[in-house]
Design a protein around this ligand. Structure first.
Ligand code: HEM
Length: 460
């Protein structure tokens, strides 16, 4: 159909009218869409921000929120439209029960290194709540205290060896201490010499989760070995070849029945066993950060040695301020409205955990390390979210917080009370473009000795 008179090459009256009508219609549709969806969100002007995210790490979302003057903005990551948000209000929206799934919301590099396909993290609704109850049952106070006691026993043995060494790398040592403790506690005892290998595998999975390239590939490679070990444990427990200790977490996972009344396939049960063991080992990072915080704030040492409430407050402030999980992602299971704006089903939202924990709207002197704030003010389930927010029973918040706090408490009691050591010159910088972050030197301690023992002379 010719819309332009070819002889004059000038638009005819009909064309002009048609164009005007089309323009009006398009404008009308845009207005109608805008009215329906609500005001547009600030948008980052970039074709894709994945490279910037990898370059800027923990600071990526916060910087853009500041530049755009908004706690939520639109961008593109890995070629997909994404909405990034930070702060308590965003966390309330994100942790609205049943609103977001974790399926399709994590980069595959992180998903396969951490939670994995078929795990509780990938479930929704009743199936999720049912499987989650298994985890919440495993972190009841008696069980957590038993894990704490196992951790103490392993730390004691290790501390004797540390006292014979000139220096130790605390982060690496604690990883092995926790590996021994959590495997014994779970009913998955390790053969002599096996702890170091398993600790290395768990460490590689955690370290590789936030990386792209060799660090991630190494984690995945070592994970394959750990999965074979975990599958054997589950299969042996079921067949009776090597019975799981009665009442142990291994027994609970091996014989857990899902909502359909069936036992988990061996591969999925193994994944869930690893989802209990691996993140417990990951507490080594928080313990290294706690040692760093203690080094930077030695005035707390004496109080931490004798006061459990102070230790909890100190551990909470470490979790608030030191970088671990940068963010979590979710895809909307249904259309929803937030702040007068409508979002489609499938919308990919990334919530900034690191930035929310340091949000000046929620925290006075947000960047300052002040454990005493936790002695006077209770955080809520949406402004303090180092391990996710909301209710762990109905949402995806981490079930492992009691374990994390227990192990941090016991480690602080050792570091501040029962042990003495020096912190030699080293690179203690924490790079925020490395995910997950860790002090560059991984916390080297020298002259480790029991409290009360005289300082040892440095070797010539
Ligand atoms: C080392 C410190 C830890 C950190 C920083 C951490 C962080 C997190 C985060 C950010 C999530 C995702 C929350 C979400 O998707 O909304 C999560 C989920 C999870 N964590 Fe932890 N976690 C830690 C320790 C633990 C421990 C000790 C356990 C052992 C029980 C554990 C087991 C899990 C499980 C099973 C999930 C999936 C929960 C679900 O999807 O419902 N984590 N964790």
């Amino acid at each position: 159909m010719a819309l332009v008179d070819p002889r004059s090459a000038r638009p005819t009256r009909a064309v002009l009218l048609g164009a005007a009508a089309a323009g009006l219609a398009a404008g009308g549709v845009a207005l109608w869409r805008r009215a329906r969806r609500g005001p547009p969100l600030p948008r980052e002007r970039s074709l894709d921000s994945t490279a910037a995210l990898l370059r800027e790490g923990y600071l990526f979302i916060g910087r853009r929120c500041r530049t755009l003057g908004s706690d939520v903005f639109r961008t593109r990551l890995m070629g997909r439209p994404a909405i990034c948000a930070q702060g308590e209000a965003a966390a309330r929206m994100f942790y609205e029960p049943g609103l977001f799934t974790r399926r399709g919301a994590l980069p595959p590099t992180a998903l396969l290194s951490l939670q994995d396909l078929g795990s509780v993290n990938q479930l929704d609704g009743a199936a999720h709540r049912w499987r989650k109850a298994l985890f919440l049952d495993l972190v009841g106070s008696d069980r957590v205290a038993a894990l704490g006691a196992a951790f103490d026993a392993e730390w004691r043995v290790a501390a004797e060896a540390w006292a014979r060494a000139h220096r130790i790398v605390l982060f690496d040592e604690v990883r092995e201490v926790i590996t021994r403790a959590v495997c014994a506690w779970a009913g998955a005892p390790l053969a002599p010499g096996e702890a170091r290998r398993r600790a290395r595998e768990f460490g590689a999975m955690i370290d590789g989760a936030g990386a792209v390239g060799p660090r991630n590939w190494r984690g995945l490679l070592l994970r394959a070995r750990t999965e074979r070990w975990a599958r054997r444990l589950i299969a042996d427990a079921r067949s009776g070849r090597r019975r799981a200790p009665p009442g142990s977490p291994l027994e609970a996972v091996a014989f857990h029945r899902d909502l359909d009344g069936r036992r988990l396939p061996v591969a999925i049960a193994a994944v869930e066993l690893l989802n209990l063991l691996r993140p417990t080992v990951a507490v080594d990072r928080y313990i290294a950060f706690a040692a760093l915080a203690l080094h930077r704030h030695p005035g707390w040492r004496e109080r931490l040695a004798r006061d459990g409430a102070a230790r909890t407050a100190f551990a909470q402030e470490v979790r608030r301020l030191y970088p671990f999980f940068p963010a979590v992602g979710g895809r909307a299971l249904q259309p929803f409205a937030w702040r007068g704006r409508r979002f489609r089903r499938g919308t990919w939202v990334i919530l900034d955990l690191f930035g929310t924990n340091r949000d000046p709207k929620s925290w006075r002197e947000a960047e300052a390390f002040r454990p005493e704030r936790f002695l006077t003010d209770e955080p809520n389930a949406h402004n303090f979210i180092p391990q996710g927010g909301g209710d762990p029973a109905t949402g995806h918040r981490c079930p492992g917080e009691p374990i994390t706090l227990e192990l941090m408490d016991r480690a602080l009691a050792w570091l501040a009370g029962e042990m003495r050591y020096e912190v030699p010159a080293q690179d203690l910088s924490v790079r925020l473009d490395r995910m997950p972050a860790i002090p560059a030197s991984r916390m080297v301690l020298s002259g480790v000795r029991p409290a009360g023992a005289p300082a040892r002379a440095a070797p010539a």
